[in-house]
Design a protein around this ligand. Sequence first.
Ligand code: SGN
Ligand code: CA
Length: 514
Amino acid sequence: MTNIKMLASLGLCSAGLIPACHGQTPEQKRPNIIFIMSDDHAYQAISAYGCGLNSTPNIDRIAKEGAIFTRAFVTNSICAPSRAVMLTGIYSHLNGKIDNKGGFNWDQMIFPKLLQQNGYQTALIGKIHLDGIPQGFDYSNVLPGQGQYYNPDFIENGIRKRYPGYVTTLTTQFALEWLDKKRDKSKPFCLLYHQKAPHRNWLPEEKYLNLYEDRDFPFPDNFFDDYSGRGTAAHTQKMGIVKEMMWGHDMKFENDPYTGEPTNFVPDINRMDEQQKKAWRAAYNARNEEFIKTKPTGRDLAKWKYQRYIRDYLKCIQSVDDGVGEVLDYLDKNGLTDNTIVIYTSDQGFYLGEHGWFDKRFMYEESFRTPLVIRYPKEIKPGTVITQMVQNLDYAPTFLNYAGVKAPKKMQGESFRLLLSGESMKWRDAIYYHYYEFPGEHFVKRHYGVRTERYKLIHYYYDEKDPHEMKSVYDDPAYAEIKADLTKKLNKLRVKYKDTDEVTRSFLPVKKDK
Ligand code: SGN
Ligand code: CA
């Protein structure tokens, strides 16, 4: 009922028939939205998910005071495409942004434009990783491309400037400044507050350079995976911590510890001032020298690399969590907590050593899944746990639903508002995935697939030698029925989301040798 009322009043506002939307009673006020997203933040590295790696008290607070999704997924596990899906509510093959390489068509309908048209103040702050001038925002202050960790450049409403400091704290600072001073306080707001961290190559804030150095993190059980039984895609990827992490870029050695040759060292070092460089050297040099003394090999070397990776990764997350805390405090202090929806998610999941990997892309659980917590005191009971399978495709329709704006028919996601308020509702029993960036960095082959509550069917289609790189059970007669059922579901979803072989082929690179 409330929704219908809201819609009616909205229609009047946007048509300009009533002077403004103020003067509403607090109950009628449309909710504010703060959409917090980080880049490559694995759910395993959020303490609310109970994996025991680190402590993220502020992100946990959103979950405790609101809801946590235990089965949230993306539709294409890579940065820019995932962002395009979130903005449009439409799969990659229809919004056009299939991989990190091409441009993004900002002219298409995205949820911030609709909110803006319906009386919201909108802002985009931090990483967006979509080329072109952002549309749909009253204010934008974004990182160019992947952005830099230290003394980064930001593009504020089209003007690029370099700022002294650390990217995560600066992004938070800009978000708080917009909330406090730059927005029109007579309107509801929607803020996209998007962190670059903890994206590769995991460069920590100065005050956290030594965090976790006294801890040895446990290895995932499948750290030493030999990839047997999963066709060639699992073998040919280049996501291995042992083989692919570089001595300079990732492991932070100025010289290769084995050959003594200069490495392709962290490029951000050139952006640091003398004091930052000093802090860095103090932190890494002593530990690197310690390593050089022993020069471990084999499994010991693998384990050492994992520890350096996970420690640096978790250090970056600490600053992200601090920022979340500052924003939540701001809401408390300004009486905005009750009427503001706060969502925390990542552009995808990430491997923290599972299968021996870092990075994402595969439809395997750790990168297919993504963290998702959300708080809205008016409608979500503290401690809510949602186990239904949602996807980043659903965010746009959900935000629009909360704002009382009708989602365009073209949007393929569904609002999960009713799941959150605990009303009974029919929800999907299968989800669809499609990854494209191959040939490309990390060599993960193109694939699409379906996941149900219990099973997953993955089809690698751009691989002539072994087109059916399924798990070993694919040919197991015991699974024949499940296979048939999954295939049926997969085909149904492809029809539902309008993904056809023809569309898929249109995104394939033209082969020169054929
Ligand atoms: C960079 C990273 C990759 C990563 C992609 C995509 N390499 O290219 O490891 O997979 O980003 O990440 S690096 O040498 O630049 O660190 S994404 O999150 O933007 O999709
Ligand atoms: Ca990412």
